[in-house]
Write a protein that binds this ligand. Structure first.
Ligand SMILES: *Cc1c(COP(=O)(O)O)cnc(C)c1O
Length: 637
């Protein structure tokens, strides 16, 4: 607050309020004129581009909200930092192995994402991890032979195995990670038949358990990986076949988003014990694959909260390298090539979901009208509570207000008061609650029952998007992402809101937001202005959200626009993809759009025959139906 009571608000205040410099990782920030910017490092310095400017460019090109904005530079930047952090740790600690990253395709299978990872990653020999046949096809078609590795996890049938084996002949390094004992005979049979020796890995089930949302993927009961006795059987079988030299990689995956560096360390340590003993058993190991788990700091707290991480990337890399060395050096075992399958950390930053706010429901009562002498006694009592607030204690006022409101609702149900009186009572009640909330807002000791009153008065901002399609993890696993208006940051946000989507499902909402002290139930936002769009962004959504999304309420894929930012501060629209049309989503659920149009035409023709509409009206109606089929599934301007 500055002079004469007028709040003076700057972008710096907003940056602090929304924590953007904590979760933005240097990629996102606010400009002095109040816009969210995307920042990219170039050899000659950092370049920032305003997201409102990008939105303007989208509008000029006719793109409707919601749009998934991809920023290619950020994908490249994350591949760079991952590879270079490992390279630095390896050099600093005199480690004699190297680092080879593979990107797990399941984290974002979108063609343009995978193509960019393959293109940009080739300089680092970055490869791909395939968990299914379809993903293996993507990997084979996208990577150049001899550059990045292909690591195959997941269940592999004969077809999968044959294709992978033959790809070895083209110069691809395809490793089959044995996940279950039944896979090995399939691989041995195909290898024998094709006369191609496989490259094998083995997935171990570590006892180490990790914290965070995915702790079930780790520990004895995790569903993947071989038990110790299965490992011994596998070793015996390979030895018997004279194929111990094929076993080159040891793999484990403790789960995604591991917030605590201690868990990362203890996983590496345990895996190194397996590694050492498999080498002693005669396996020709040379690769240690630590899986995924490298976390993203979604809330910017740098803690071991579920949606954060208490370590930097440099710390992650050097802890891994150091742990491997201290475990394997005393055993006299050569340093393995370190493989990681970081998905989330690689792609999360590169996508932002942008949408506009369509409408607001506000629970503000305004000054309620006076209660006439002819109103029911209970209404007059409620009005007295309102006028007496402040004198009595707030708790008592609140209790009285709740009592009268409930009694009045009962009167309405019994038909003893009219709708207008009920409405008056609700407005009085809201005003009372609003005053109590204001009085208790700053105080440190809020009586139980009165805490959270402010949250219950929060506005509902209706966003033009679907949680189920674009942010499925918000609904399914209560994931939090940073959500922030992308403009107007030189104005103090005066409203508190939750965000509802347009699916008309009560779960289609965002009501948990990041906060330095944990989570908050409402988000500070600006009041809408007439005839002026209000845009919000959900950040760090590049991992898992796109393909996990579904067609709830038949809201389809959003438009996707990819930009590349140039060193001079300009940006190019490098790729634009139409979201689903209504005809597209209807055909996903087995309707035939053309046939729907025919059926509707028949109904309209019958109406013409019956004289209910004119032939011209029939034409207008059919044109509207046809245009809708071709239209976007979201709210169009
Ligand atoms: C999902 C998955 C990953 C990716 O994990 P992130 O935490 O996103 O890095 C890596 N490896 C395997 C085997 C997986 O199943």
């Amino acid at each position: 607050m500055k002079t004469n009571g007028a709040p003076h608000w700057t972008a710096a205040d907003s940056a602090e309020l929304y924590g953007i410099r904590n979760w933005g990782a240097g990629y996102f920030d606010l400009s002095d004129d109040g816009a969210v910017t995307v920042n990219v490092q170039f050899p000659d310095g950092r370049v920032g581009v305003s997201i409102p400017k990008i939105i303007e460019g989208m509008r000029e090109r006719g793109w409707q909200m919601p749009v998934l904005l991809r920023i290619e530079n950020l994908l490249d930047a994350q591949i760079t930092v991952l590879n270079e952090s490992f390279a630095r740790a390896i050099a600093a600690l005199n480690y004699s192995g190297t680092f080879r990253g593979v990107f797990p395709i399941k984290v974002n299978q979108q063609c343009q994402v995978i193509e960019e990872i393959a293109r940009f990653g080739s300089a680092y020999g970055h490869g791909l991890e395939a968990g299914s046949k379809a993903e293996l096809l993507i990997a084979l078609a996208t990577l150049e032979p001899g550059v990045g590795h292909i690591v195959c996890n997941g269940y592999k049938d004969e077809e999968f195995v044959s294709l992978g084996l033959q790809a070895l002949r083209l110069g691809y390094r395809v490793t089959f990670v044995i996940e279950t004992p039944t896979e090995l005979p399939i691989i041995l049979e195909a290898s024998d038949r094709l006369g191609i020796r496989p490259i094998l890995g083995i997935r171990v089930k570590l006892a180490s358990k990790v914290g965070g949302a995915w702790s079930e993927s780790s520990g004895d009961r995790s569903i993947f990986g071989l038990t110790t006795s299965q490992i011994v059987q596998t070793l015996d079988l390979l030895r018997e076949q004279g194929m111990l030299d094929c076993l080159q990689l040891l793999h484990y995956h403790l789960g995604s988003q591991i917030p605590n560096i201690r868990d990362i360390r203890s996983g590496v340590l345990e895996a190194c014990r397996y590694y050492a003993d498999l080498v002693k058993e005669g396996a020709a190991l040379g690769y240690l694959d630590l899986g995924g788990g490298l976390a993203v700091d979604y809330d910017g707290t740098q803690t071991n909260y579920e949606y954060s991480k208490n370590y930097s990337l440099d710390e992650y890399c050097s802890d891994i390298v150091e742990t491997i060395m201290t475990t394997l050096d005393p055993e006299g075992i050569a340093h393995p090539v370190i493989v990681t399958e970081s998905g989330r950390a690689t792609v999360a930053y590169s996508s932002v979901l942008l949408f506009n706010i369509l409408d607001v429901t506000s629970f503000e009562s305004g000054d309620p009208p006076a209660v006439g002498a002819d109103e029911h006694e209970l209404l007059r009592n409620l009005a007295e509570v309102l006028s007496g607030i402040g004198g009595k204690n707030l708790q008592e006022c609140f209790n009285d207000a709740v009592y009268y409101r409930d009694e009045i609702r009962d009167l309405f149900k019994r038909g003893q008061i009219r709708l207008r009186s009920l409405s008056l009572s609700e407005r009085l009640f809201l005003e009372i609650v609003r005053i109590i909330a204001r009085e208790t807002a700053g105080s440190r000791r809020v009586p139980p029952g009165l805490d959270g009153l402010e949250d219950s008065l929060a506005d509902i901002y209706y966003g033009n998007f679907s949680v189920f399609q674009s942010l499925p993890d918000v609904w399914a696993i209560e994931q939090v992402f940073p959500v922030i208006p992308v403009h107007r940051h030189t104005e103090k946000p005066q409203r508190q809101a939750i965000i509802a989507d347009i699916t008309c499902d009560s779960d289609g909402k965002i009501d948990r937001f990041i906060d330095p002290r944990g989570l908050r139930k409402t988000l500070p936002v600006h009041a809408l202005r007439d005839n002026e769009p209000y845009y919000m962004g959900v950040f760090l959504v590049g991992a898992y959200q796109e393909t996990l999304g579904d067609l709830h309420n038949l809201m389809g894929d959003t438009n996707v626009v990819s930009v590349r930012i140039n060193a001079d501060g300009s940006f190019d629209f490098v790729r634009e993809i139409d979201g689903d049309s209504i005809a597209d989503v209807l055909s996903y659920v087995e309707y035939q759009p053309q046939q729907l149009l025919e059926q509707f035409r028949r109904t309209a023709e019958n109406a013409v025959r019956a004289g209910r509409i004119s032939p011209q009206e029939r034409q207008t109606l059919l044109a509207a139906f046809d245009a809708s089929l071709r239209g976007y599934t979201y709210f169009e301007e």
